[in-house]
Design a protein around this ligand. Structure first.
Ligand code: GYE
Length: 335
């Protein structure tokens, strides 16, 4: 963007608190509340392509990124891809045409980004991966990844299950797994981490893994079909996110089972609704995945604009909430 257009753009942004976005439009959010940090750069223009609004996690992540952009005085061009990779690719192309300083995006799936990211690289615009990773043979298409260690989350879920099976004295454990979006990083790694954690335990058997696409409605559908197929053989439901878990629970109850007692329920994310249900005893364990990646994103974007090097991978620290703990001490989750 030439300087004049950029100045006009930033000026226009300053007059507005929120610009409502609709499908194919770009939605800039202006800096109004400034972070105290001397790092602020009101001229930094960051293009961010979000996956969609499929879960409380995703909405919390969007809110956090918008809030932190305001705090850091960064002009944010935000686009919601409504769960479609082609919308994300189109958004990245618009960011390139607009000559943003930095591009960030949460890739819905791992494959299929080489062409558009080569275009960003040729335009000299650094790209930050937020939340999920990509798979590419090419070197240097992205600068870094800011997101959770999903493999570790899956591991924590599996290790909890082993402890729980020990505590209950179970000698055989039949598991059904409701997985996230196929070919997405959290799906692949939450599956792998869990599988590796239980691999050495002969009691554990995964009856079926079924694609729930991280959606509540799909979680319900998957659970219905699993119950029809396996009924009371199911000892454990391992679900890759809270949304699918919350969809599955009423189906379990409708089929006459008590979730949390007749079946061990393990979820990932740790949004407020799931934590409330954990406290009610209908979920046994929730592995935390924090959506609060905005602060790291803004700090990294500022460094890249200044030409500084950044860490290749930034993982937030995460914990586990379960019926092994005193749950009254959990702070409000904020998503
Ligand atoms: O677990 C899920 C969301 O990529 C970590 O995506 C994220 C996942 C999160 O829709 O709820």
């Amino acid at each position: 963007m030439d300087k004049q257009i950029r100045r006009r753009f930033v000026k226009r942004l300053k007059g507005l608190t929120i610009l409502v976005s609709c499908l194919s439009l770009i939605f800039p959010v202006s800096a109004c509340k400034k972070n105290d940090s001397s790092q602020n750069d009101p001229n930094l223009l960051l293009g961010f392509s979000q996956i969609g609004s499929e879960s409380a996690w995703r909405i919390g992540n969007t809110n956090d990124i918008e809030q932190q952009a305001e705090n850091y005085g960064i002009s944010l061009m935000f686009e919601n891809a409504n769960q479609k990779q082609e919308n994300q690719i189109a958004a990245i192309r618009r960011f390139i045409a607009y000559k943003v300083d930095v591009i960030a995006f949460s890739p819905i799936v791992e494959d299929g980004w080489d062409n558009v990211l080569t275009e960003a690289k040729d335009a000299g615009i650094p790209v930050i991966l937020v939340d999920r990773d990509i798979s590419t043979e090419k070197e240097g298409l992205t600068t870094c990844l800011i997101g959770a260690d999903f493999y570790k989350e899956g591991m924590m879920a599996g290790e909890y299950l082993i402890r729980k099976a020990d505590a209950l004295g179970l000698d055989h454990v039949n598991i059904v797994e409701i997985t996230g979006t196929d070919n997405s990083t959290p799906m692949r790694q939450r599956q792998a981490g869990f599988a590796d954690a239980i691999a050495g335990d002969e009691r554990m058997q995964i009856l079926e893994s079924i694609d729930g696409d991280f959606l509540k409605s799909r979680g319900a559908e998957c659970m219905r079909s699993l119950l029809e197929k396996y009924g009371d053989e199911i000892d454990v439901v391992y679900s890759h996110n809270d949304e699918m878990t919350l969809g599955a629970l009423p189906e379990i109850e409708k089929a006459g089972f008590v979730p949390g007692k007749d079946m061990i329920i393990i979820s990932i994310d740790g949004g407020q609704e799931a934590i409330d249900v954990l406290k009610e005893g209908k979920i046994n364990c929730v592995v935390e995945c924090t959506p609060k990646l905005g602060k790291e994103l803004m700090e990294t974007a500022l460094k890249l604009k200044k030409g500084e090097t950044v860490e290749e991978v930034i993982h937030p620290v995460e914990q586990i909430f379960s019926d092994e703990q005193d749950l009254s001490k959990i702070e409000p989750r904020g998503y």
